[in-house]
Structure formats: structure tokens, C-alpha cells
Design a protein around this ligand. Structure first.
Ligand SMILES: NC(=O)c1ccc[n+]([C@@H]2O[C@H](COP(=O)([O-])OP(=O)(O)OC[C@H]3O[C@@H](n4cnc5c(N)ncnc54)[C@H](O)[C@@H]3O)[C@@H](O)[C@H]2O)c1
Length: 323
């Protein structure tokens, strides 16, 4: 992966802070940036991240790790000190988890976001890219999803991500920071955790199909998602972090492929790639789930040159091979 650079110029004088760098997407950003010579500092408290994700980098002299909490201002200050840019990935994921425990989601995703943004402001970090989510679209019926047409959020997780977007706007206005929000649509790829009650569907199903177990499809399998390979999300972060287009700052962008696949399509593709011989079990619908998800990605293409190069099936093959 990451055989081609997505940035122009030299990153070797860039000091980049990645929050949640022991997690799935954060560890890919770390991998990319170290590969192209940047100095990378990660802050993570391992609430969902894994030590093995950063073990890959621990012998790299350009890598530094801080075990800390984004809800703690002193930890955030230490993490931001001397950095040029912030890629904020740390959050508590999962819609069902947020429905079960809205307070925990709010504490990390809203209070933690705010604490980290204040630390970035105080440290003079101008460039910030942060992870938002397609869940912000809530009950808006329009397809494909266009950034400025959102409905009412359907879960505490979606509320937390929407709140990030509102704060990001206000921080740009009042403190002159150049902030870009990325609404990720179902990102998948190597290192995504297959374990636990709140695991994402792709790693969970790969794990089960490899063990010849039968995955549960919530609903009838017709729900669609704009599944997006992680290298596309890394490309978006790098291009957003390095763009010099003034019109790109203070905005939010869909990060996806612009194609939708149903859960049945996903099941059949994985079954074929893995060579499994099993059928799914159909279970009840999940609370807070949106039936269809498809992104219009033209805004990110136009304003900072995002160009998702990895198609759904190619990404699935790489993910299965790596598993
Ligand atoms: N994966 C997706 O499909 C997807 C979709 C939409 C949005 N997102 C967002 O993208 C970001 C990254 O998601 P991911 O899939 O890599 O999840 P992940 O759980 O693998 O990574 C999140 C990381 O943040 C860390 N973290 C959480 N709370 C922390 C705290 N208080 N202090 C320090 N570190 C903390 C976790 O330990 C973990 O390493 C999150 O903000 C998530 O909400 C992801």
C-alpha cells in the first residue's frame, strides 16, 4: 500500500500530530506519513486502539508515541507542543455503542474534540483535518448525499460528529484556524478490528467466513453503504492537510467512492474472495441504522483534488489477503 505519494513536495520538515493513531485509520495515516519522511507524534489511550498497530513504527526515530487521553488538557497540550498539523481521528466509534452509552460517546467525541482543538489553538497549530461521519446525514432522504443537505441525526454518535462540525466552523471563524472536516462513509481495510460487540461489518464477516461461521445480516440485506477502502481515506487526509486552496478551508467533505453496495453484495463478494461455502443468518434491523448510503464526492474532488483510486472489490481483496 501507499506506493504513490498523494502530496506534492517534501514532508520531511512537517511535524504531524495524529490522535487515535493506534486505531484503524490513524495507524494508516501514521504509516503513510512516516513512509514519506514526516515526523509523526501519536496520542492514544487504547480504549479501542491496539498496541500492535503502533509496534510497526516504534523503531522509527521520526515516530513518537504519547499514551494519553484527548479529554485531558495537559495530555493534549503535551501532544500539540511543536506540531505543525493535526489529524484528529480519536473518537468512540459505533452507532449502537452510542445508543447504549450516550454519555461516554459525548465525553470523548465532543468534550475530547473540544479539548484537543483548544490545545491545538493554544499551540499555534493552524492546519487541522478531523474525522466526521456519514451518520450526520441522519434521516435526510436525498441520494446521493450532498454536503449541505442534512436531516435530523438518528443517534448520539451522529449528534457528536455533527457537533464537531459546528465547533470546527466556529474555531475557523474566531481563531483563524484552517480546518477541514471529512465525513467518512464506511471505511474498511487492513488492521480494522474484527473483535468485540461493536466491530465493523467487514472485518467481522471476514473473520467469520474464514472460520466457516455464518455472519448475521441485520435486516434483509438490502441496506446499502458506500464502502470505502482505507487508502482512499488516507489520500483524502493528506490532500486536505496539504491543500493551499483557501476555498477548501472551513468546509466539510464526503469521503467515499460514490458507489453503493448492499450488505448482500458485500456478503457475496467476501464469500467469493475467501472461497467460503456458507449462507448468512438474517437478524432484526439495528436501531439508528440508515437504510441507504451513497455519497456525492465531487466537492472533495473539486476543492482539493480527491480521487478515490481503490474500488470496493479491489479493497476487499487487499483486506482479505492481509487478514
Ligand atoms: N471506520 C469508519 O468506517 C468510520 C466511519 C465514519 C467515521 N469514522 C471516524 O474515524 C475516526 C477513526 O475511526 P477508526 O475506524 O480508525 O476507529 P478506531 O476505534 O480504530 O480508532 C479510534 C482511536 O481513537 C482512540 N481513542 C478513543 N478515545 C480516545 C481518548 N479519549 N484519548 C485518546 N485516544 C482515544 C482509540 O483508542 C483508537 O485507537 C473516528 O473519529 C471515527 O468516529 C470512522
Amino acid at each position: 500500500m501507499y506506493d504513490q505519494p498523494y502530496h506534492l513536495g517534501d514532508l520531511s520538515n512537517q511535524k504531524i500530530l495524529i490522535t487515535g493513531g493506534a486505531g484503524f485509520i490513524g495507524s494508516h495515516l501514521t504509516e503513510y506519513l512516516l513512509k514519506y519522511g514526516a515526523i509523526v507524534r501519536v496520542i492514544d489511550n487504547f480504549i479501542t486502539g491496539r498496541r500492535e498497530n503502533i509496534d510497526l513504527f516504534k523503531n522509527n526515530p521520526r515516530f513518537e508515541f504519547i499514551e494519553g487521553d484527548i479529554c485531558n488538557k495537559a495530555d493534549c497540550d503535551r501532544a500539540c507542543d511543536g506540531m505543525n498539523s493535526l489529524l484528529h481521528q480519536a473518537a468512540l466509534g459505533s452507532v449502537p455503542r452510542s445508543i447504549k452509552d450516550p454519555v461516554a460517546t459525548n465525553r470523548i467525541n465532543v468534550d475530547g474534540f473540544l479539548t484537543m482543538m483548544i490545545a491545538a489553538r493554544d499551540a499555534g497549530i493552524q492546519r487541522v483535518v478531523y474525522a466526521s461521519s456519514s451518520s450526520v446525514y441522519g434521516d435526510h432522504p436525498g441520494l446521493p448525499k450532498v454536503e449541505d443537505k442534512i436531516g435530523k441525526q438518528l443517534s448520539p454518535y451522529a449528534v457528536s460528529k455533527y457537533t464537531n462540525e459546528l465547533y470546527a466552523h466556529v474555531f475557523g471563524l474566531n481563531y483563524g484556524m484552517k480546518i477541514i472536516g471529512l465525513r467518512y462513509f464506511n471505511i474498511f481495510g487492513p488492521r480494522q478490528d474484527p473483535n468485540g460487540q461493536y466491530a465493523a461489518v467487514i472485518p467481522k464477516w471476514i473473520d467469520m467466513l474464514k472460520k466457516n461461521e455464518r455472519p448475521v445480516i441485520n435486516g434483509d440485506g438490502s441496506n446499502t453503504r458506500d464502502f470505502t477502502f482505507v487508502e482512499n481515506a488516507v489520500q483524502a487526509n493528506i490532500k486536505a492537510m496539504t491543500t493551499e486552496n483557501k476555498n477548501a478551508f472551513g468546509q466539510i467533505y464526503n469521503i467515499a467512492c460514490g458507489y453503493q453496495f448492499s450488505l448482500m453484495d458485500l456478503f457475496n463478494s467476501l464469500k467469493e474472495i475467501i472461497g467460503a461455502n456458507t449462507e448468512p443468518v438474517f437478524g432484526p434491523k439495528r436501531e439508528g441504522d440508515i437504510p441507504q448510503s451513497l455519497a456525492d464526492v465531487n466537492k472533495a474532488k473539486k476543492l482539493f483534488g480527491y480521487n478515490p483510486e481503490f474500488a470496493f472489490k479491489d479493497g476487499l481483496k487487499i483486506t482479505v489477503e492481509d487478514f
